[in-house]
Design a protein around this ligand. Sequence first.
Ligand SMILES: NC(=O)C1=CN([C@@H]2O[C@H](COP(=O)(O)OP(=O)(O)OC[C@H]3O[C@@H](n4cnc5c(N)ncnc54)[C@H](O)[C@@H]3O)[C@@H](O)[C@H]2O)[C@H](O)CC1
Ligand SMILES: [K+]
Length: 511
Amino acid sequence: MKIISVAQMKAAECYAIEHGISALRLMENAGTAAAGIIAEIVLEAFAQKTVCAVVCGAGNNGGDGFVVARRLHEAGHTVTVVLAAGEPRTEEAVAMFRKLPKGVTVLRYTEDSAEYGRAFTGSSMLVDAVFGTGFHGEVEGACAELFDAMNASGRPIFALDMPSGANADTGETAAHAVCAAATITFAAAKQGQMKAPASVHCGRLLLAEIGIPDEGLPRDATELLDRALLDRALPVRTADSNKGSYGHLLCLCGSRRYPGAAYMSGMAAARCGAGLVTVGVPEVLWGVLAARMSEVMVLPLPQTAAGGLSLAALDEVLAFAEKCSCVLIGCGLSPESETAALVRELLLRLRGTVVLDADGINACAGHIDVLRASRADLVLTPHPGEMGRLCGKTAAEVQADREGCAVSFARENGVTLVLKGAGTLIAAADGRLFQNNTGNPGLAKGGSGDILAGMTSGLAAQGIDPVLAACAAVHIHGLAADRCAEKQSQYAMLPTDLFSEIPQIFRDLSR
Ligand SMILES: NC(=O)C1=CN([C@@H]2O[C@H](COP(=O)(O)OP(=O)(O)OC[C@H]3O[C@@H](n4cnc5c(N)ncnc54)[C@H](O)[C@@H]3O)[C@@H](O)[C@H]2O)[C@H](O)CC1
Ligand SMILES: [K+]
């Protein structure tokens, strides 16, 4: 799904209306789609009809809420509407309010909080339809009290379009802002939903199409990684396929100081379906890794005195790479100048897809000409510090303009650039920009990057377009991390714990 601003959303609404889809129809579509999503989740969770309270504002978000209330009532649920900000004000909201069935109870906010408090605690779930994209500033008075009661009710809250009290452009949240279990956003994700704290208040972000034509949305908008993109990226494994159908990845990773990087990147690639994976490592690591990995093959290579890959490995690597569909360079390589020289020489000589991570990226700092001269299809996966070293900025400067740094670097150097961090960005050389909203601070540990690089390479080795391979890897990496955080906490989870979550994610994708 695309990520757009409030102004772009308004323009899209105008486009739809100019093309014969009325604002009332858009509201009907929004409320009906949202009710369908809620009913599906609720039935799965409660396996029965439920009681729900729909808290409505006076604007069009409230109008959506009236449609949701009607649709849930028609589906057999017991529905109460709470008017949080007095009578509906907009033409569409008034129209939808008048269409509320008699069976829907309407509570007008009064000083008597006991009445609507009972509506909340007597419900299985709540719908937040007070403020959407029209919110700005602070939450005061009745809304502050209502939102506090909603948040304190312990009931799951489904927010329509935005959690009320969160700014749809900036991602700022006012005090008392609603904390939703899920946010059903209309037509496209909103920029504010990608930024903390609003991204946290949103909970799970779900998209509801409301009938706005694609051409009504900005063509060059950033795309949010989602299930639909994974379905696009991941090939179905046909019955007559064999391991040769899924490529051969060579991982040039690891050094005496960092043997685990070779293990983590190699195993991550294998877990993502690559047909064959070989880790090319300094020969000192051969025994350690051969003992630790069965599926992943180990190619011992000439090493430096310090236990890193030596320039003497160049010809052997080039020969081996001839039969590979992707080469990953960098995880745990160590910053030795001889190893860095080997990396640059390989970038000038290799063809096909090459994923560059960690010390592979650092080897290019001050040698951007090598990236530009390379005839490989390059995917770089820097964290902000490595990105800063690449483009002569501090990590703080990179963080201050993540999109600008990623898009300009990818375009100027003709590479795919994965800028890691909260809301990882994937910038393609042709200007496309993707953003991820899975993952959590539990990933802030050594090894997480090795696994992401291995996943990216493992998917690219299967012939998946490198941009889509990077998008899929980033999204799945984050989904696995979210499962680990749920089970083991962000403190205790380890990067290698992701290996036990990745299979379930692929199973859910029924690949
Ligand atoms: N754009 C579309 O294609 C569609 C949008 N729909 C829904 O409409 C809302 C946006 O509706 P809008 O009337 O512009 O504003 P809200 O309903 O979000 O807010 C209501 C009202 O609240 C006032 N307000 C703003 N800030 C505050 C504050 N801090 N305190 C008190 N009151 C505040 C302001 O006057 C707003 O007008 C969008 O999110 C969708 O849910 C359509 O229904 C579907 C198509
Ligand atoms: K809302």
